[in-house]
Write a protein that binds this ligand. Structure first.
Ligand code: GTP
Length: 379
């Protein structure tokens, strides 16, 4: 008996919006909640810096005031960049690196800037979550090495107040924040990947026809809407084919419902094999398929439909010891970008009806001139 595969025969494209920081680099932050969370981080950093600035202004320490004003300027610049582009990688890395430099500078040059390395504890999560473990961890280790060299080379009066144990403690805390951030990132990545896999599986199941593994109507509408926006943007027309198997009731009556199912699976796989990966195909109804050919003009679409029709009529369906052929009628409509998607589907359906009326096992396009005998002759 023909083996019935219930595996999806083609990859279902997941929605574009993502909460995965690994994708923000190219798409920018799409999720409004994540966007607001990141903006809040910048606002909190600005408030903290303003409070520190106010305290040091009160104390009248000019050098620290200059450092705090620099921090404030950098954070404001990074937040503005993020608000405009919605991409946070550049902003967070700029902020993390420049604040590290200021912290190290404060430690080395300004002896009163005690505890500046404490601020570096915030830098590890920002860098690791922005760049990922692959790049973030080496960057953080490099910053840690610089911090070690700096903190143990302090020759000014800080050295007196800041004993060796204190320095070791600060470096240990900084190293600990790197280790903790890396572990948190790793756990998050594993959990996110697992969740993403499960979500994709659920989405696939919700959008798939269980028998053939093709997209169902719901998913097909989403894919068609996406292709339609692309076509309107690029001004490249797409074509809709509606293919309906001929006399399928007879096949069910002759070979039973399982025989009909085997034919549907074999035909779906055949359609898939003869279409490009960028074309969309769905099981539109019982023995009806809707195919959307992206960037395809009427003439080329007609060739594709003819090729599918011919191949199908020559390929026998094997079911147990039975072997039989199935034919298909196809309605074709190429968009003129003026009508709605529903109207275009209706026009392709009208062509399918014409193909059935003209005797089945044929293709009819809305651009095909009607047969000679249908044109009334002038008297
Ligand atoms: N085996 C099987 N049959 C199905 C499935 N869905 C619909 N059908 C059958 O497909 C047949 C469609 O019959 P009709 O609508 O009369 O069309 P037809 O016999 O193909 O005739 P034309 O379309 O006019 O050529 C019905 O017998 C349905 O039971 C399915 O999932 N599996």
């Amino acid at each position: 008996m023909t083996e019935i595969s219930t595996k999806p025969t083609r990859e279902i494209i997941p929605p574009l919006t993502s909460s995965d920081p690994r994708e923000w680099k190219s798409t920018g932050v799409q999720d409004p909640r994540v966007f607001m969370a990141l903006v809040s981080c910048y606002v909190i950093a600005i408030i903290l810096e303003m409070v520190l600035l106010a305290i040091h202004s009160f104390a009248g320490d000019k050098e620290i005031i200059t450092l705090m004003v620099s921090c404030l300027g950098i954070t404001t610049f990074c937040m503005t960049h993020f608000l405009i582009t919605r991409k946070h990688t550049f902003s967070s890395i700029t902020m993390a690196l420049s604040l590290s430099c200021i912290a190290v500078y404060g430690l080395l040059v300004n002896h009163a800037f005690l505890g500046s390395t404490i601020w570096m504890l915030f830098i590890s999560p920002i860098v690791i979550f922005s760049m990922g473990l692959k790049w973030g961890l080496p960057v953080m280790i490099a910053i840690l090495v610089v911090a070690c060299l700096s903190i143990f080379n302090v020759t000014n009066s800080v050295a007196g107040v800041y004993n060796v144990l204190g320095r070791i403690r600060e470096i240990f805390a900084f190293g600990g924040s790197i280790a903790l951030s890396s572990a948190a990132y790793y756990i998050w990545e594993q959990t996110y990947d697992r969740m993403r896999l499960l979500t994709d599986q659920l989405e696939n199941q919700a959008g798939c026809d269980p028998l053939t593994g093709l997209a169902n109507r719901r998913l097909m509408y989403q894919q068609m809407e996406r292709e339609r926006s692309r076509a309107l943007r690029t001004n490249q027309p797409y074509t809709i084919l509606i293919a309906d198997l001929d006399h399928f009731k007879l096949i069910n009556d002759t070979y039973g419902h399982p025989g009909g199912d085997a034919a549907l699976v074999m035909i779906s796989n055949l359609f898939n094999r003869h279409l490009r990966r960028k074309d969309f195909i769905a099981r539109w109804g019982g023995e009806e398929f809707l195919i959307m050919l992206g960037s395809t003009k009427s003439k080329d679409a007609k060739d594709v439909a003819e090729r599918i029709r011919t191949v199908l009529s020559k390929t026998p369906v094997k079911y147990g010891e039975h072997s039989f052929t199935v034919t298909v009628s196809v309605g074709i409509h190429t968009t003129d970008m003026q009508t709605t998607l529903e109207q275009e589907i209706a026009l392709a359906d009208e062509c399918l009806y014409q193909a059935k009326m003209r005797g089945r096992n044929q293709t009819v396009s809305s651009q095909t001139p009607p047969p000679q005998d249908a044109i009334p002759t002038a008297v």
